[in-house]
Design a protein around this ligand. Structure first.
Ligand code: C5P
Length: 287
């Protein structure tokens, strides 16, 4: 048996830090949104006796050993359900790494979903989310995807009505930012703590979009990233000048711009080419 699953990228429409936790992590209030940029994972059951986990990847830069989150997901699924089946997984990598787009987390969630399917496990969603939370703060969100309020470290997920088909441009400077190094810079007290309920209300009413995005979106981590990476700050400025509501996604390095109509995407993309960034015109997507 062979199956292929898509693993979408995400953006953070809102991200505020509420406190530092005793375990070293930070409590967040964030709204995550999947978009139509995908990695693709193909799973092949190795049959009865072969218990190997074989991971192959289109990108030679990514490790395919136990340090890869997909490999860790396979080990975690086997342990949780106490089984010893083998699998071959091929990862077609499209989402840039260290980009704030959740690529590694999304791959891990797709691996959990693909493996329970290919190994014939009747899994409860709550159990998949439990396995996901062991692998990383953002992984549980990707079990469902779409639009969701994520709290705690990010692993407490409350689905929201999906924001569908909203045109978004993703702009990546071509280098990554390490998440842990950004969170280390977070200093309290934060200036003007932001409340999430305004944007949550808009999303629940179905009225969130390009026209109100610049007033309602927010990312606290921008102020801890921009001083070290002026190139990222500049991308935000360029996108804003082009008329987009633009914010950093997660801990960077990608900036996303929400714009009015899909027909503008080529103009915006060509204007960004001179800044030598990688760009993707995508749409916000459901689960
Ligand atoms: O959970 P994940 O492995 O994605 O987190 C990467 C790093 O980001 C953590 O080791 C931690 O330093 C930081 N982090 C944090 N608070 C969060 C999420 C991540 O401090 N809510």
């Amino acid at each position: 048996m062979k199956i292929t699953l898509k693993a979408p990228a995400k953006i953070n429409l809102f991200l505020e830090i509420t406190s530092k936790r005793p375990d070293g992590y930070h409590n967040l209030q964030t709204i995550m949104q999947t978009v139509s940029l995908y990695d693709e994972l193909t799973f092949e059951d190795l049959g009865g006796a072969d218990q190997s986990i074989i991971l192959e990847c289109s990108s030679k830069e990514l490790p395919v050993d136990e340090s890869n989150l997909i490999y860790k997901a396979a080990l975690a699924v086997r342990k949780f359900y106490n089984i010893n089946r083998g699998v071959k997984i091929f990862l077609q990598k499209e989402i840039p790494t260290g980009a704030g787009l959740g690529g590694g987390s999304s791959d891990a969630a797709a691996a959990i979903k693909g493996l329970v399917h290919i190994w014939g496990i009747e899994a409860k969603k709550a159990d998949l989310e439990k396995i996901a939370a062991q692998l990383g703060s953002d992984v549980p969100f990707f079990i469902t995807g779409g639009t969701a309020l994520c709290e705690g470290r990010g692993e407490i997920v409350t689905p929201l009505p999906a924001v569908l088909g909203m045109p978004v441009i993703l702009v990546n400077p071509g280098f990554g930012v390490a998440t842990a190094s950004v969170y280390k810079k977070v200093a309290f007290p934060l200036t003007k703590p932001r409340k999430i309920h305004r944007i949550t209300k808009l999303i629940c009413e179905g009225s969130f979009g390009y026209r109100n995005a610049s007033d309602y979106c927010f990312n606290r981590l921008e102020e801890f990233v921009f001083p070290d990476y002026p190139q990222i700050k500049k991308i935000k400025r360029v996108l804003t000048e082009l008329g987009c509501a633009s914010f950093m996604s997660g801990s960077g390095a990608t900036i996303f711009g929400i714009f009015d109509s899909e027909s503008q995407s080529e103009t915006i993309k060509s204007k960004l080419q001179m800044h030598q960034c990688k760009t993707w015109a995508v749409l916000s997507s459901g689960q």
